[in-house]
Design a protein around this ligand. Structure first.
Ligand code: FE
Length: 195
């Protein structure tokens, strides 16, 4: 169901899709299955499991920071746009923020499809030029005493932020912790609030 009229871009996509189907280049069922997979099965809940494991298993965390792709694959999250993962850790001294200045490179196997704002030119430009202001607009104040590192994703390397574990969760298990981890925290535009 559509709750709005399709805009010019959506119409172009629909026309292109029907042309590809008509000429037999794509199978509409396979296309639907692919979209369904990335919308529902692959998403930030995968990344949340990676983060929760790192918070509860120091050896896993060490492996994750040393070789993101291999440690993420240990949990079964592999596939397109996630072949070369680098995980960067937020601490009290360092805050990491991920952007793709060129287009919309994003770690699909752990975060699913990127949000609209991540693909939009203002975020892509301003995350590099004025990251503290962008973060403040997301409600995330990073003090001047905290080093801010901005990572530019490419076709070769995709970044995942390992957020800080919030206070008050010392006795939580990995499953409960995973429920706290948000997509935005793994991009680096948000922190994880204490429960
Ligand atoms: Fe890109």
């Amino acid at each position: 169901m559509h709750d709005h009229e399709p805009d010019a871009l959506e119409r172009r996509v629909q026309e292109l899709e029907s042309l590809l189907v008509k000429r037999g280049y794509v199978d509409p069922a396979a296309l639907d299955r692919l979209i369904e997979t990335y919308e529902h099965e692959i998403g930030p809940h995968n990344g949340a499991q990676v983060v929760a494991r790192a918070w509860t298993d120091p050896d896993y965390k060490a492996r994750l920071l040393a070789d993101g792709s291999a440690a993420i694959a240990e949990l079964g999250f592999t596939g397109r746009q996630g072949e070369h993962m680098v995980v960067v850790e937020n601490t009290a001294q360092v805050h990491n923020l991920v952007v793709c200045t060129l287009c919309s490179c994003y770690p699909w196997p752990v975060l699913g499809l990127p949000p609209v704002w991540y693909k939009a030119p203002p975020y892509r430009a301003r995350a590099v030029i004025e990251p503290r202001i962008v973060l403040a607009e997301f409600g995330t104040d990073v003090g001047m005493d905290v080093e801010l590192r901005v990572w530019d994703s490419t076709a070769e390397i995709r970044y995942l932020v390992l957020p800080e574990r919030p206070a008050g969760t010392e006795h939580w298990d990995a499953a409960a912790l995973a429920g706290l981890v948000t997509r935005d925290a793994m991009i680096g535009v948000a922190r994880i609030a204490a429960p």
